[in-house]
Ligand binder design. Structure first.
Ligand code: NAD
Length: 505
């Protein structure tokens, strides 16, 4: 986080014409056109207006990018650098990203609709922090010596897997890429990364900054394009050794199939969620619970895998909490994401907006009541705005409680006993995040242990930080974690070297 002043809307608007957008594929350290010459239009979801034409990769471009990454992996220009040198280059890159915070935040907001107050204080700086955190670990990771028999030296060392493919969603375009790039590059791998088509622009510029920082050509390659062709081509490529994916559970399953049908590449999946927030009857500070509950679901317009979309509140506190939430929403203005006061921008696309509104309708059809929101607003902008929405009277068998909406829609459910609360919270196919609010230490520890989720926040909505692993149980994840040194596991192979010593004469 930074405390520096965020420029006002007029300053951001004035900066747009001088943005030099990178719109071509980044392969082997150079921007190139797609082999087939195709381009696609990326638009600003706050206005519905086009921003740029971006080169659209095809499978033949994936082949070129993978070949570049393979050469860079095999000749050791990255993996065999002294760890201290790899660290220095990655930190130089992180510093450059942070130095370009304003430019990258503006690109991210224009391309994704994320509020500039988030992109300028969180997304880009956290992207830099994440890369820096893993870089700093580069020369602090040790191997092991096994307790082998006399006359044997057995070492257990970690080696890069080789070429890592990464396929990234549109909700945190730079940061989700960093969660893969930080640990994969720090452990000596090379990469081919496919951003989501809606949001390719920030990553293309960040890749260019990697070159400026001195990271060798071929180490970071970026190929924007459709999931069905480019994503699949990376997923099936025989020269990709590991595939790191963040996105929907449905697409995540495909990557397991791609791997099973081809070279059994490692697959790491960070998927969707339907995260519960449980409010126990003893909580004393309802305003704080409401503030956290709002952050959990309305940050990033609810387009967040760990969004706390099910608020499970004790029957005796439901009304007080709804009142506190309505008061809290005064602090969540919806509007132009370039206006620093806006905390809620547009959804990513017209299609996503329609999906969200369909869910609200389905909830109402099944008996839920809209307390606030639930409709498109600010139509005159041409953008895809839906305000914070609260659905009361939700049952856990309704679609709005079972399926990931990926929008600013909070479902409110009631419970009577602790057992019931835990059962409701766990009654979901997902298991990414959960939070609970209580002043009772015993309840906090008991329930945190019972919740089947990868990240549990107590008395605050929390995802941890770079020091803690992030990943989901059940349909929320597979094969590893993002963040922390645990993220290094999936990007490294474990090697045993068994050395037989010649006996002394
Ligand atoms: P998505 O699954 O539709 O797309 C993600 C990426 O996969 C995109 O780059 C897309 O082009 C690509 N893709 C789509 N179809 C493909 C195919 N057939 N083969 C290969 N690649 C394909 O997800 P999205 O809509 O971009 O993002 C929203 C989803 O991401 C939500 O479910 C959300 O919960 C999840 N998410 C999870 C985390 C996490 O860390 N667990 C973080 C952010 C988002």
């Amino acid at each position: 986080m930074t405390t520096t002043r965020i420029p006002d809307r007029a300053e951001w608007l004035a900066a747009i014409p001088s943005l030099a957008l990178r719109t071509r594929l980044f392969i082997d350290g150079t921007f190139v056109d797609a082999r087939a010459g195709r381009r696609f239009t990326t638009e600003n979801p706050a206005t519905g207006q086009p921003i740029a034409e971006v080169a659209e990769a095809g499978p033949e471009d994936v082949d070129l990018a993978v070949a570049a990454a393979r050469r860079a992996a095999d000749d050791g220009r990255w993996s065999r650098l002294n760890p201290g040198d790899r660290k220095r280059l990655l930190i130089a890159w992180a510093d450059l990203i942070a130095a370009h915070n304003r430019e990258l935040a503006l690109i991210e907001t224009l391309d994704s609709g994320k509020p500039i107050s988030d992109t300028a204080t969180v997304d880009i700086l956290e992207t830099a922090n994440c890369i820096r955190w893993h870089a700093e670990a580069t020369d602090k990771l040790y191997g092991q010596v096994a307790p082998a028999p006399e006359g044997i030296v057995a070492t257990i060392t970690r080696e890069p897997v080789g070429v890592v493919g990464a396929v990234i969603p549109w909700n945190y375009p730079a940061l989700m890429a960093a969660w893969k790039m930080g640990p994969a590059l720090a452990t000596g791998n090379t990469m081919v990364i496919k951003p989501a088509s809606y949001t390719a622009l920030s990553l293309l510029r960040i890749a260019e900054l990697a070159s400026e920082a001195g990271i060798p050509d071929g180490v970071v390659n970026v190929v924007p394009g459709p999931g069905g062709s480019v994503g699949e081509a990376i997923g099936r490529h025989p020269d990709v050794d590991c595939l790191a994916f963040t996105g929907s559970t449905e697409v995540g399953r495909r990557f397991l199939r791609y791997s099973a049908d081809t070279n059994l590449k490692r697959v790491l999946l960070e998927l969707g969620g339907k995260s519960p927030q449980i409010v126990f009857p003893d909580v004393s500070d309802m305003a704080s619970v409401a503030a956290n509950a709002a952050i959990a679901i309305f940050t990033n317009m609810g387009e967040n895998c760990s969004a706390g979309s099910r608020l499970i509140v004790h029957r005796s506190k439901r009304e007080a909490l709804l009142e506190a939430l309505e008061a809290e929403l005064e602090r969540w203005p919806v509007g132009d994401p370039l206006e620093p006061a806006s905390r809620v921008g547009p959804l990513i696309s017209r299609g996503q907006m329609e999906t969200v509104l369909d869910y609200v309708e389905s909830g109402m059809g099944q008996g839920a009541r809209v307390v606030t929101g639930g409709e498109q607003i600010l139509r005159e902008t041409g953008g895809y705005f839906v305000g914070p929405t609260i659905l009361d009277g939700v049952r856990n068998d309704m679609r709005v409680a079972r399926e990931e909406i990926f929008g600013p829609v909070l479902s409110v459910l009631e419970f009577d006993t602790e057992r019931q609360a835990v059962a409701l919270a766990n009654d979901t196919p997902y298991g990414l995040a959960a939070s609970l609010y209580t002043d009772d230490l015993h309840v906090a520890h008991r329930v945190a242990r019972d919740l089947r989720a990868g990240v549990v926040g107590v008395n605050a909505y929390a995802e941890g930080d770079n020091t803690t692993p992030f990943g989901g149980y059940k349909l929320s994840g597979f094969g590893g974690h993002d963040k922390s040194v645990h993220a290094h596991d999936q990007y490294t192979e474990t090697k045993t070297t068994w050395i037989t010593l010649r006996p002394r004469d």
